[in-house]
Design a protein around this ligand. Structure first.
Ligand SMILES: Nc1nc2c(ncn2[C@@H]2O[C@H](COP(=O)(O)OP(=O)(O)OP(=O)(O)O)[C@@H](O)[C@H]2O)c(=O)[nH]1
Ligand SMILES: [Mg+2]
Length: 202
């Protein structure tokens, strides 16, 4: 897979820019749902059944209907414009799969951190991870039915985010809602890249 610049191939057809975006967040925040809702190809999933044995460690409070969990990654693709294609990599939500993250994050332009306000603390680790590595991210609050709605600003405060980090409310099941989140990530990442170029004097 090539992540690079668009160019006019010999056929005169524009090769699109392809960007890698991570979809992260806590266990059961809706990452697999988001990739599935927006992908134009059948998403690749690596889901396993939540087992009796995992019950003491797999906290499904709030997502009681959940029967499976991602054990490696989700993969999907969306064409935002004719010349801009995103490859989406959904991360596994559970702590025991942290060892996969560095591999998944390699070459990523930006990330979505999905948050569930019923357990906001579950996305701290993802926020921390992207801040440390300087990967641009947007926080998307997945509005589950029945969960209390909080304004973006209180989520920003609770997560102690920098003022320029975009915070949005979304419904991970809805294509258009999810697409707006992805557009925000790309715009935010581009803005940061431009600022860095300027700071470097070029
Ligand atoms: N009501 C509602 N339910 C949702 C939404 N997003 C996800 N769900 C449900 O919540 C559960 C968890 O969703 P997943 O997409 O598997 O979550 P995940 O973040 O991939 O979970 P892990 O891979 O185990 O970390 C599923 O049963 C979904 O149907 C949402 O926006 N609203
Ligand atoms: Mg998942």
């Amino acid at each position: 897979m090539v992540f690079g610049h668009s160019d006019r191939g010999r056929s005169g057809v524009v090769d699109p820019v392809t960007l890698k975006i991570l979809v992260a967040g806590g266990f059961g925040a809706g990452k697999t749902t988001l990739v599935g809702a927006v992908s134009e190809i059948k998403p690749l999933r690596t889901e396993e059944l939540l087992s009796e044995a995992g019950r003491p460690v797999d906290d499904i409070g709030g997502v009681e209907g959940k029967t499976t969990t991602t054990v490696a990654m989700d993969f999907g693709r969306i064409t935002l414009r004719e010349d801009l294609v995103l490859y989406l990599f959904g991360t596994p939500g559970q702590d025991r799969f942290w060892f996969l993250w560095d591999e998944l994050a390699t070459g990523a332009l930006g990330a979505v951190v999905l948050a569930d306000t019923r357990r906001l603390e579950d996305c701290f680790a993802a926020v921390d991870y992207f801040e440390r590595r300087g990967i641009a991210f947007t926080v998307a609050v997945n509005c589950f039915d029945g969960a209390t709605r909080f304004p973006e600003e209180s989520v920003r405060d609770a997560l102690d985010l920098d003022p320029d980090v975009p915070v949005m409310l979304c419904d991970a099941r809805q294509r258009e809602s999810t697409k707006s989140v992805l557009i925000s990530v790309v715009e935010h990442a581009m803005k940061i890249a431009a600022e860095q170029r300027q700071a470097a004097g070029g």
